[in-house]
Design a protein around this ligand. Structure first.
Ligand SMILES: *Cc1c(COP(=O)(O)O)cnc(C)c1O
Length: 361
């Protein structure tokens, strides 16, 4: 039994640190600086400090409260708000973020007014829509927006960026990266505006970056998943030399019985309004873990043992234990997808256990 109890997320800080070092090495050879994205770990200051210790200078999160908690925990980095600020959070953004990503003039105007009141300069990166159709200014509108922003005091355009493979699944390619580079050059010339950051994407940019000879003006990527799960995100291929198991999810057996495989009785909807169908595989060892959809994305868990996840309700997860003799109180470990990590880190019911802390501090 573990003193921290279960369900539990085990976080191997040494493996995360190793992944950071490798990624910095890979990307710096291409002239690309990595911004470490902390949103998947809810801005966990312990993990953020590993990123900074290993050489990352800029951290980005989509939630200003996460940035606030990292600052208050003395994480020494520049902080980027990774999403266009909501009008209702502008005060906090100016106070806690060094830079924010922006797409709306009305928001930038309020950032300007708020920064002026506190005699500060808030830096902004303009996000450009390049096909994935999540956030971004349409390229045809870009000149007008820049012209308007240049009239404002208290805000300073320090870069442009684009995002890929998040909503539309659009791949970063040689063509769209060259287009982003070209836009950067045009802006720099037309407005005599040097851009410190041309930020071309996220963990989905890995294949482009290693294959391309010249990354052009793209000098930054915002990387989260590659750091935590050791993969790129277009096909979730492991990146050579990186750990894919820095995070392990652990849950505990609370029932273990031989039962039929096919539910019997009249069938209606399940807990989530689905109409479930099960094939009859005869009797099986059905094991229940004391964890469910309220704690983790169960479909994103892969058992380390040769057993099968049958499904879950809000607080129970069902396993076919096959030939593994799982007893009450036994712990079962899983590797996790990004979705499972996101949910587990966010759940107040999942304990966090840091492993190998000494080796990195
Ligand atoms: C989440 C996010 C990232 C990081 O994505 P990963 O796939 O975790 O590398 C980068 N940029 C923006 C704008 C994001 O929202």
């Amino acid at each position: 039994m573990n003193e921290l109890g279960s369900p539990r997320l085990e976080i191997n800080l040494a493996k995360i640190g190793h992944n950071v070092e490798k990624l910095i090495n890979i990307y710096s050879k291409k002239g690309i600086e990595i911004t470490g994205v902390t949103k998947a770990v809810c801005g966990d200051p312990t993990i953020a400090k590993v990123l900074v210790n290993k050489g990352i200078q800029m951290l980005a999160d989509s939630k200003i409260v996460n940035i606030k908690s990292m600052r208050e925990a003395n994480v020494l980095a520049k902080f980027v708000l990774l999403r266009t600020p909501a009008l209702s959070e502008i005060d906090l953004v100016v106070k806690y973020a060094t830079i924010s990503l922006n797409t709306e003039l009305s928001v930038i105007k309020k950032l300007s007014a708020t920064a002026n009141r506190s005699n500060s300069i808030h830096k902004i990166i303009l996000m450009i829509e390049m096909g994935d159709l999540r956030e971004g200014i349409m390229p045809v509108d870009l000149d007008d927006v820049i012209q308007e922003v240049l009239k404002l005091t208290g805000v300073e355009i320090v870069g442009i960026g684009a995002n890929f493979a998040c909503f539309g699944g659009v791949k970063p390619s040689i063509a769209n990266m060259e287009e982003l580079s070209a836009l950067a050059s045009t802006i720099e010339e037309k407005f005599s505006l040097p851009l410190s950051y041309v930020t071309g994407g996220n963990s989905a940019n890995y294949n482009w970056a290693v294959a391309v000879k010249d990354t052009g003006k793209v000098n930054n990527l915002r990387i989260g998943e590659s750091i935590y799960l050791g993969c790129e995100t277009l096909s979730r291929m492991a990146i050579p030399g990186l750990f894919t198991d820095a995070f392990t999810f652990v849950a505990e057996v609370i029932e273990s019985k031989i039962k039929p495989s096919k539910p019997y009785g009249e069938i209606g909807q399940d807990a989530f309004g689905n109409n479930p169908k099960f094939e009859d595989r005869g009797l099986m060892r059905r094991v229940i873990l004391g964890v469910g959809s309220q704690d983790v994305l169960v479909s994103g868990l892969t058992p380390k043992l040769d057993i099968e996840v049958l499904g879950s309700s809000s607080d129970h997860t069902l396993l076919d234990a096959k030939n593994v003799d799982l007893k009450i109180g036994d712990e079962v470990a899983f590797t996790m997808t990004y979705g499972a990590l996101l949910a587990a880190v966010t759940s107040p019911y999942v304990f966090k256990k840091y492993i190998d802390y000494e080796s990195i501090s």
